[in-house]
Structure formats: structure tokens, C-alpha cells
Design a protein around this ligand. Structure first.
Ligand SMILES: O=C(O)C1=C[C@@H](OP(=O)(O)O)[C@@H](O)[C@H](O)C1
Ligand SMILES: C=C(OP(=O)(O)O)C(=O)O
Length: 420
């Protein structure tokens, strides 16, 4: 683990091409492994979270062939699945998406992950699978799923207010259950609904039509999952951190290959930056953000786009007016308790951030340099980098943790500010 002196920068002027989306990559890999034939995936994100998914699928028996010249082109060949050990790291998409897949394996699948991952909520999905007759030992990491080669499926009720990934996980594998699956949510609203839309849209592309005619109920029929040669979009949530650099420095950042239609909630960063005072334009797939002289705070419910919070909070700490970020109580169960982490770290630099029941209030304050802890959270590390563009001597610990979803964040950042 190394301390990284976040570089200060004047107005940036850069084009930043982002690697593939974590969320789309891990869904595509999983669907390909359960499909009715081989699939080739292009633009595959190769980062810690997606490499963990690839290792887990390999362990379960799936054929994985990586192109020798282009590691982002991966061919997946489905095979009957068997018992193995699955290491989840800190990846929500691995620890929540794979237990239903393990239920289809013939044998004992033992899951474990990083120390911090042992504190992320999992019981909801493990209890749901138990309710469908799957043998599971444990309520959090580490736990085991003992599969019999098939799963009955059926109807299950969950409280998914802690994470949309509980619903996505059940839907992604549900078509392969004997009776399909019907998931009903009962409880406070589900966060990150666009990520459930992403799941439903990708299932539809693979020939699985999810019935969404009743609110908060998702019905997946038992049907084959078609093989699809997926082309992965750039990661718009990671793009957000680079676009934020334009906002923080009064500079300009463009991201090519910005999809005209997408299920990625990260696309909403464009609206948010506009509301904070940036000029935003999308021309022929190139999204360009030009930062203002003075950033405005924002009053916004971020329930749908919780994963953008650290990026938005970093900008809020640099803004001239107060920000209220609400609808994000569930961030306490992300990679770390992000509400506590952001409040603590912004405060350590002299900022004024207050944790409220479902979010944060961030008031204008003069910031100074100091230590910025990452808590093994990639988005905390990038939030420190954003503040460090304007505030000298922000020392970000464990910058390597950004490799969870980006293979070379420090290199890309240096290149963006023109100091490779
Ligand atoms: O399904 C997905 O790919 C994700 C869903 C969201 O999780 P939560 O609903 O737990 O916020 C999001 O924050 C996470 O980064 C990725
Ligand atoms: C919440 C996140 O990740 P995970 O997929 O591990 O839940 C995130 O990337 O912001």
C-alpha cells in the first residue's frame, strides 16, 4: 500500500477513453457462462472485480479463453458447473451474483472474500435461495452453497432496500431454475433501480423476457439463456471521476464512445455536473464537460445513482454553496461505510461535511492538505484525487485500491493532467 501525493492541476484539457463497464462486464460474463453456447465478449473490463468473476467462473468449470493480443476480448464456453472455491474480493457483483449460479453447480461452492467484504450485507440473497430449497451454510462471507446440478426456483419475497444487487443476482440466474423465479420486494424502496433495469435489458438481449407488470415484482420464466457476443460500453461511473476533474479545475474533459442510449446510471453525471455549473455537450458520441469558474453545490436525491456519491461529494466539498445529498442510507453497506468515510475525510482536510440519516450535507469551507484514507474503497481513493486537483498536498493512501474497477487509475490521471 502506498501513499499517493494527489497532483494539483490548473485547468485540465484532455480526452479520456475509459475501459469497459464493471456492471455490464460482470453481467455479460455470468450470462455467457449460463448460455446455450459460446459467446465472445469485446471491451471486457479487466480489473480486480471482473478478474475475480472470470476466476470464479473458471473454477466452476466454465471455459474462459482470453485473446492473446487483446485481453479485453474473452470467449466464454459454458460447461456443466461443479464445486470450487470462489474468492469475491470486495466485489458486490461477485458476492451477490454468484450464489444463485452456485446453486446450479453439482457440488460444494465455498465463498470467501476480503476482511471488509465480510461486513457487506448478504443474508437477504442467501435467505432467498434457502427459501427456494438451496442448501446454504452461513449468512455472510465466508459461506458455502451446496448445489445439486439444478435448482427448483419458484417464488421468493425479499427486502432489497439494502442493495439492488440482491434482485439482480436472483434474476440473472433465474431463467435456469426449473420453475424460473419470481422475486417480490417488500420494504423501503430499492436503491439503484437503473442497475435492475440493466439486468432486465441484458436478459432481454439474451432472450429472457422478465415480466415487470407488477411494481416491485420481477418474474423470470424458465427458458434457455441465448449466447450473445456482448460489446461492453465504457464505464460511465468511472468516467464521472475524470469529468469531475474538468469541474474541479475549470478545465475541459471529453469522453469518447459515450453511448447515446444506456442503462448505466453513471450517465446521469452529465446532468449533475450541469446543475453544478458545468457546460456539458454530447456531439457524435463525444461527451465534453467544461468546468465553471465557481462550482455550485447541489441538492439531490441520489438513490438511483448511489455509486456516484463519492465523486459528487468531492466536488461538493470544493463548491461555493451548500450541498444536500440524500436517499443514500444504503451506502453504509458499500465497499466501506461511505457516509462515515466521506464525512471523516472531508473533515480532516478542513471541510464541513455532516452525516444525516439518509445522506450528507456538505457546506463550503476552505480546505487544506492532509492524509486522505481510502478504506479499500476505489471511489474514496478517486474522490481524494479530485479534491487534490485543487488542494495541495492531499495524500491518498492505498491508491492501488482503484484497480477494483480501473486497471491504471494513477497513470490515466497523470496523463489527463498532462504529466505522464
Ligand atoms: O448491479 C450492479 O452492477 C451495481 C449495483 C449498485 O449496487 P447497490 O444497489 O448495492 O448500490 C451499484 O452501487 C454497484 O456499484 C453496482
Ligand atoms: C458499490 C460499488 O461496488 P460493488 O459492485 O462492489 O457493490 C461501487 O462500485 O461503487
Amino acid at each position: 500500500m502506498s501513499t499517493w501525493n494527489a497532483p494539483v492541476s490548473g485547468p485540465v484539457d484532455a480526452v479520456v477513453d475509459l475501459p469497459g463497464s464493471k456492471s455490464i462486464t460482470n453481467r455479460a460474463l455470468l450470462l455467457a457462462a449460463l448460455a446455450d453456447g459460446p459467446s465472445t465478449i469485446t471491451g471486457t473490463l479487466r480489473s480486480r472485480d471482473t478478474n475475480l468473476m472470470l476466476s470464479a467462473l473458471t473454477g466452476l468449470g466454465t471455459g474462459v479463453a482470453v485473446d492473446a493480443e487483446d485481453p479485453t476480448t474473452v470467449t466464454i464456453t459454458p460447461n456443466p458447473m461443479h464445486g470450487t472455491d470462489v474468492y469475491c474480493g470486495l466485489a458486490g457483483t461477485v458476492m451477490r451474483f454468484l450464489p444463485p449460479v452456485a446453486a446450479l453447480a453439482d457440488g460444494r461452492v465455498a465463498f470467501d472474500g476480503d476482511e471488509q467484504a465480510r461486513h457487506r450485507p448478504l443474508a437477504t440473497i442467501l435467505d432467498a435461495l434457502r427459501g427456494l430449497g438451496v442448501e446454504i451454510d452461513g449468512d455472510a462471507l465466508p459461506f458455502t452453497v451446496t448445489g445439486t446440478g439444478s435448482a427448483r426456483g419458484g417464488q421468493v419475497t425479499v427486502d432489497a432496500s439494502g442493495s439492488s444487487q440482491f434482485v439482480s443476482g436472483l434474476l440473472l440466474a433465474g431463467a435456469r431454475f426449473d420453475e424460473g423465479i419470481t422475486v417480490a420486494h417488500v420494504g423501503p424502496p430499492v436503491p439503484s433501480m437503473p442497475h435492475i433495469e440493466m439486468t432486465i435489458t441484458m436478459l432481454a438481449t439474451a432472450g429472457v423476457v422478465v415480466d415487470v407488470s407488477t411494481p416491485d415484482v420481477w418474474r423470470v420464466p424458465p427458458t434457455p439463456i441465448r449466447a450473445v457476443d456482448w460489446a461492453i460500453e465504457p464505464d460511465l461511473s468511472n468516467a464521472a471521476a475524470f469529468l469531475a476533474a474538468a469541474a474541479a479545475t475549470g478545465g475541459r474533459v471529453s469522453v469518447p464512445r459515450w453511448p447515446s442510449m444506456t442503462t448505466q446510471p453513471g450517465a446521469q453525471i452529465a446532468d449533475i455536473l450541469a446543475e453544478m455549473g458545468c457546460a456539458v455537450e454530447l456531439v457524435d458520441g463525444l461527451l465534453t464537460v467544461t468546468g465553471p469558474e465557481r462550482l455550485k453545490g447541489i441538492d439531490r436525491n441520489l438513490k438511483e445513482i448511489g455509486e456516484l456519491t463519492p465523486t459528487i461529494a468531492a466536488l461538493a466539498a470544493l463548491a461555493d454553496t451548500e450541498s444536500r445529498l440524500t436517499g443514500i442510507a444504503h451506502l453504509r453497506g458499500h465497499e466501506t461505510d461511505r457516509l462515515k468515510a466521506l464525512t471523516t475525510e472531508i473533515g480532516r482536510l478542513g471541510g464541513d461535511a455532516e452525516e444525516i440519516e439518509d445522506g450528507l450535507i456538505i457546506r463550503p469551507a476552505k480546505l487544506h492538505g492532509g492524509q486522505w484514507e481510502s478504506y479499500a474503497d476505489h471511489r474514496m481513493a478517486t474522490a481524494g484525487a479530485i479534491i487534490g486537483l485543487q488542494v495541495p498536498a492531499v495524500l491518498v493512501d492505498d491508491i492501488e485500491t482503484t484497480s477494483k474497477t480501473l486497471p491504471d487509475f494513477p497513470g490515466m490521471w497523470q496523463q489527463m493532467i498532462g504529466r505522464p
